[in-house]
Write a protein of this length. Sequence first.
Length: 182
Amino acid sequence: MSESSTATETTTTETATATETVDWKAEAEKHAAELEKWKGLSRKQEERAKANAAAAKELEQLRAAQMTEAEKIAAEAESRGRSAALAEVSQRLVRAEFAARSQGRIGADVLDDLNLAKFLTEDGDVDTAAIDKAVARLAPPAEQETSRKPGPRPDLSQGSSSTMALNGDPLLEDLKSKLGIG
């Protein structure tokens, strides 16, 4: 039994000294080399993605060149329809974003006068930073009271001084008192 406990003690001591003598410079160099490897792989993937995007663009141009006149007209009409729908939806989205970010400080009449299309990015997304700047310019936040004074306390002695029970019926009570019923 004592033999196994001494073996455990020596193993624990060996482990403690092993963790203390870690070569941190070697570990850092190993991780730096691994980091460079992954950076290189990432760059290769970026180049491959750019090449694929260029190839997809060329393929689209080839398809457009091989279209018949009717197909070209249909594709152009579809493109115009999509653009018009996106423009309408984008205007509504910008209006909603203005309403949300202004918290009701900017009215609908002011939004009607604004060119909402300039608050869209080139991709058609809402430019929230531009909206925040416009909201700050058009309707700065209201000054908030730092010290709120309490109002006058209500006078609880006002009103009828009836000693009626909570769910009592005043008509019934008056009738009982007139008839002399208890």
